[in-house]
Ligand binder design. Structure first.
Ligand code: PEP
Length: 245
């Protein structure tokens, strides 16, 4: 039985004061949830968020990290630095990082390996563009990202994958539950081909792309969907309705 996992990606929103306000609103509403809950605030709010989530079921995640421990990488933050403040999840290969910061599958793979080595849970994102979906290339794109981004991983069942069609992110346009489930199925099949069916049956796969209180229930009812990665809707009190669907 796979435990559902619902994560909020705050992106570059919420300064420290706003983060505290949002945590004050959400912690009482989701702190005892029956699903695994993750908040991913910006770096500057992480330490405070860890403190405020103490003694709740909420885990705190970063939105990126570097795979090296330290060194001349101006502006970067290492996994070790995140671990030192109690961060236990990290979103990797989000489509915005791939698009605006040229993050490659190879970098995602190095980061995922590093996160696991540090005992953190990587949430590895994949997903196709609208042009790829319309030209029938969606499956190839997703399978390629999984094969390259998740290669050579010893404890694959500790990874969480987020399937996020780029055309559904922040657009208000959600993939239908059938489309979302089919693509999460492609992820599971690919994991099975790489690591065997038992591992594929254990790995958790989230859907992301305009998830909100109105659509979470039907998405979560699909056999291959084990959770959600939520952007815009994670910044409001109503995120509690997503978590407690
Ligand atoms: C995301 O950025 O991961 C995301 C799914 O955003 P939204 O929920 O706003 O579409």
């Amino acid at each position: 039985m796979r435990k559902a996992i619902i994560a909020g990606n705050w992106k570059m929103n919420m300064d420290i004061n706003e983060s505290v306000d949002l945590m004050n609103t959400l912690v009482p509403l989701v702190g005892n949830a029956s699903v695994e809950v993750v908040f991913c605030p910006p770096y500057l709010s992480l330490q405070k968020a860890v403190e405020m989530a103490k003694d709740t079921v909420i885990g705190i995640g970063a939105q990126n990290m570097h795979y090296e421990k330290s060194g001349a990488f101006t502006g970067e933050v290492s996994g070790e630095m995140l671990q030192a403040i109690g961060v236990s999840y990290v979103v990797l290969g989000h489509s915005e990082r791939r698009e605006y910061f040229n993050e490659s599958d190879e970098a995602v793979n190095k980061k995922a390996l590093k996160a696991l080595e540090l005992g953190m849970t990587p949430i590895v994102c994949c997903g196709e563009t609208l042009a790829e979906r319309e030209s029938g290339a969606a499956k190839d794109k997703v399978v390629g990202q999984i094969k390259a981004g998740l290669k050579d991983i010893a404890d694959i069942e500790k990874v969480v994958v987020a399937y996020e069609p780029i055309w559904a992110i922040g657009t208000g346009k959600t993939a239908s539950k059938e489309e979302a489930d089919q693509a999460c199925g492609w992820v599971r099949e690919t994991i099975a081909s790489m690591y065997g069916q038992a591992a594929a049956d254990k790995i958790r796969i989230q859907y992301g792309g305009s998830v909100k209180p109105e659509n979470i229930k039907e998405l979560m009812a699909m056999p291959n969907i084990d959770g959600a990665l939520v952007g815009g809707a994670s910044l409001k009190a109503s995120f509690a309705q997503v978590v407690n669907f």
